[in-house]
Design a protein around this ligand. Structure first.
Ligand code: ARG
Length: 856
């Protein structure tokens, strides 16, 4: 009590100088205090007794100046009691969109320890006024402090005591260990759990140079930051301990000569406890005059005792302070394929279950490995890499939706004892929610769950990630928008090298997908059910589960995205939708051309031994459609050997794609009385799994798709086979019929070339005619009739044959009006005959006639 009575004396001795910062000349020195005979044991001294990320429960009464600021019935920010009627906090707690919130909406809770249940020693004060520096606008621009004048003075006692404020001349040496306190989140987006006990965390002061050095290097969200005067950093380059949302306004206090001084006010950070992103505080010392000016006349006011232990001479900011960036502490593999986080969980009576070590005491594995309500956890064992012994299991925490939803088939197992994370075992990195694995990222598969062990070394299982458009449109739900970077993807798709794929069949295998960034491995996805013998091509992303994993484990290694070089594809980040799918799945997909090349994923090179190369079109995973005249020479009786190639784009190499080759095991022709049919189906020796370099086209069921743009897809030069698309329009059926009256033998499309498009490609390779409606899939309309530029044998008259031969052929639902004119309609206007007798048309008619005759 005595101490408090002395307070006014101290304050009256300091006359505040309005508008000046750091003016210590007017302040009494420590000597002067002694001369005055004033004992200033009235601040910063908790009664002897006895979150914050990575912190722990404080003991009651340890931080008696800590207050909780409530608004709308809940805790919003912290603050510190600096005098019976004054609380220091952060400006950003009270300023929304540039306006200061009314003081009377706030209340101050003092002497609180746990915010749950009856607040025994605690008491509440209403706020009479909130003062914020006039130049405060946004946290990143500094001056983030506020003074709150209480409507009535706080009742001081063992759990309610003011903190000492530093004078402007007070030097907090870098490297000093200080403490931050608060009821804020215990991790990003993870609120302090009940009973809401005040958290404390020890943080080291970082020098301005060291902090600026860390913040100058791109961190989360690829951002850098320029520190400003009046800001102070505290934390660790390696992160893991920090203040977080809800701690703002609370104090950062450092001890000096048995007394606690407030060095900083919790202000902001980039995420919480992330690597190389220490917390940013408002430095209190520079605001000595501002504080004095505003509390002027208030008695008792705050105490500004002088510093007892001055740091050794020199500037408080040694310039030569070196800056060491913290490197990721997770995801380091000595060799790809040797995973130091791969653990086996042994449950008596079942095969081992593979999972991943995600922290020093938690293992992530599929929940489906374990019984729903296990009773014998004591008998479970965990085998860690490079460790002879086995670990016991203390706890099993299945994901709450694990049994209902395969996308949540995850469980966390806590080990009985913490593991010393050295080279092995070590933890894998987990992605934050907003992580964007760049297309083309190198990935590998690792065992997951209770599958049969791989029959071959898993070291070779290299894959590169497809971009999200492909992944989403090939395997996602149709007509949904593709999640843009920053939103968690629905799926992650690795594309494997064809040759690596061949011959691998692993029974009941589950897999996890590891992706590498800057030499660091992330557990990016997982797949519990694999499809048949093939490797899974679409993985469930783990990043949506990051919050749950960090909530349960409180220390899993959620690591920042390390690579941001998006390359040319990075430009295309706007939301895109997938075209509608047929009942057989995705077909006719083709993303916008990228700088790396133009891709026609269904365009097939059909190489006929001893002959030329023709165009073919992939119509299903094991089938290519081509023009009969290309593969079966007239008069020849032998069936040629045919090889097909997909994923080629002439001389230019393909983005993310791989070349695929197959040989043809049978040629199928529809039965046509007397005539040789124009279309042939080639059966491939094995299926071609959908990928950006090999994807079936959609087939048009009839008519002309309304509003479509149509193209003839050919090769400029059959030697290097660089695809070119010539824009055409399909002539109205009657016009076509009349122009080529007596010439057309089967249902045939006639096309008209857009100006200058006609001679863009050469004709001998029988190019296909394709159409696309805006935003829709590409559809195959027909294949060129031998030697013609204008006539294309239509697909739809052969729809039944195609569907019967190839069950998976993807016909779209019929739309538009039927194309074909009534049979035998001969009502052609006279002038058309004239048109057809133009030299061009006439020549063509002759040529066609000849062809048709020869083919008969
Ligand atoms: N601005 C936050 C709040 O309003 C405090 C954030 C502190 N963040 C940090 N990483 N240190 O509570």
């Amino acid at each position: 009590m005595l101490q408090h009575l002395l307070l006014p004396v101290v304050i009256m001795a300091f006359s505040p100088i309005p508008g000046t910062f750091q003016d210590s000349a007017v302040n009494p020195t420590q000597g002067e205090f002694e001369d005055l005979g004033v004992s200033i044991e009235d601040c910063g001294r908790p009664e002897p007794s006895s979150r914050i990320v990575g912190g722990s429960d404080a003991h009651p009464g340890t931080w008696p100046w800590q207050v909780s600021l409530h608004h709308g019935g809940g805790h919003i920010c912290g603050g510190s009691l600096i005098a019976p009627s004054w609380v220091l906090s952060a400006a950003h707690c009270f300023v929304t969109n540039g306006t200061l919130e009314p003081a009377d909406e706030w209340s101050v809770l003092l002497g609180v320890h746990s915010q749950d249940g009856p607040l025994e020693d605690a008491h509440v004060r209403t706020v009479a006024a909130i003062l914020v520096p006039v130049n405060y606008s946004r946290v990143e621009l500094g001056s983030d402090l506020a003074l709150l004048r209480l409507a009535s003075p706080a009742r001081l006692g063992p759990s309610v005591q003011p903190i000492c404020l530093p004078r402007a001349s007070h030097l907090f040496a870098h490297g000093t260990s200080c403490w931050a306190t608060g009821w804020g989140d215990v991790q990003e987006a993870d609120p302090l759990p009940l009973p809401w006990v005040l958290q404390e965390v020890e943080l080291r002061l970082l020098g301005e140079a060291a902090c600026q050095c860390l913040y100058s290097r791109p961190g989360p969200f690829n951002l850098t930051f320029q520190l400003l005067p009046g800001m102070l950093c505290a934390g660790y380059p390696e992160g893991r301990r920090d203040t977080c949302q809800g701690d703002s306004g609370g104090p950062l206090v450092c001890e000096d000569g048995g007394r606690w001084f407030q060095a900083g006010i919790t202000s902001f950070g980039f995420g919480c406890a992330r690597r190389n992103r220490p917390g940013v505080f408002t430095a209190v010392a520079p605001y000595e005059s501002w504080i004095r000016e505003h509390v002027m006349g208030s008695e008792p006011g705050p105490a500004f005792p002088s510093q007892l232990q001055k740091p050794q001479s020199g500037p408080w900011e040694p310039r030569e302070e070196n800056c060491t960036f913290a490197q990721p502490e997770c995801g380091k593999a000595p060799r790809p394929g040797i995973w130091p986080w791969e653990v086996q969980v042994m449950v008596p009576g079942s095969r081992p279950c593979y999972g991943a070590l995600v922290s020093d005491s938690w293992v992530l594995a599929p929940a489906s490995c374990f019984p729903e309500s296990p009773r014998d956890l004591e008998s479970w064992r965990v085998l860690l890499p490079s460790r002879p012994g086995e670990e016991g299991v203390a706890r099993l925490v299945p994901h709450e939706n694990a049994s209902r939803d395969s996308a949540s088939d995850l469980a966390l197992l806590q080990l009985r004892t913490r593991v010393n994370l050295t080279a092995a075992p070590s933890a894998v990195c987990l992605p934050h929610r907003e992580h964007y694995f760049l297309p083309g990222s190198p990935c590998r598969l690792a065992r997951w769950g209770r599958g049969e062990p791989a029959s071959r070394s898993s070291a070779r299982l290299e894959a590169r990630l497809l971009n999200s458009w492909w992944c989403h449109c090939l395997y996602g739900r149709q007509e949904e928008t593709v999640p843009p970077p920053g939103d968690p993807p629905h799926l992650l798709c690795p594309a494997y090298q064809e040759e690596e794929e061949a011959g691998l069949c692993w029974k009941d295998s589950s897999w996890s997908l590891l992706c590498r960034e800057e030499g660091t491995w992330f557990l990016a996805g997982y797949r519990t059910l694999s499809n048949a013998c093939l490797r899974p091509r679409a993985f469930l992303p783990l990043q949506t589960h990051g919050p749950w994993i960090s909530h349960v484990t409180r220390g899993a290694y959620l690591e920042d995205q390390l690579t941001w070089d998006w390359g040319p594809e990075g430009e295309e980040t706007e939301k895109q939708t997938c075209p509608p799918q047929t009942e057989h799945g995705a077909c006719g997909l083709r993303p916008k051309a990228t700088a790396a090349g133009v891709l026609w994923p269904w365009l097939t090179e059909v190489h006929v031994t001893g002959d030329g190369v023709c165009a073919g079109i992939l119509v299903a995973p094991g089938w290519v459609l081509t023009a009969t005249h290309c593969i079966l020479r007239l008069g020849s009786t032998t069936v040629p050997h045919i090889e097909v190639y997909l994923g080629r784009a002439g001389v230019s190499s393909l983005p993310q794609g791989h070349q695929v080759s197959r040989s043809v095991i049978s040629i199928r022709l529809p039965r046509h009385l007397g005539l040789r049919p124009p279309l042939a189906l080639l059966e491939l020796n094995s299926r071609v799994e959908p990928s950006p370099s090999a994807l079936p086209i959609c087939l048009h069921p009839g008519g002309i798709p309304p509003g479509a743009s149509c193209w003839v897809l050919g090769w400029k030069d059959p030697q290097d086979r660089v695809p070119v698309a010539a824009a055409v329009s399909i002539l109205a059926p009657r016009l076509c019929h009349c122009l080529y009256r007596g010439v057309l033998t089967s249902r045939t499309f006639c096309v008209h070339y857009t100006e200058g498009q006609k001679d863009r490609y050469e004709v001998t390779s029988a190019p296909p005619l394709l159409c696309q409606t805006e935003g829709g899939p590409w559809v195959l309309m027909g294949m060129a009739v031998g030697g013609s530029r204008e006539l294309f044998a239509a697909i739809d008259p052969e729809a039944t044959w195609i569907s019967q031969t190839v069950g998976e052929a993807r016909f779209l639902h019929p739309s538009g009006s039927p194309y074909w004119p009534p049979e035998g309609s001969d009502l052609c206007p006279q002038d058309l005959a004239g048109a057809a007798s133009s030299p061009e048309v006439a020549g063509l008619l002759l040529l066609l006639l000849a062809l048709v005759l020869i083919q008969c």
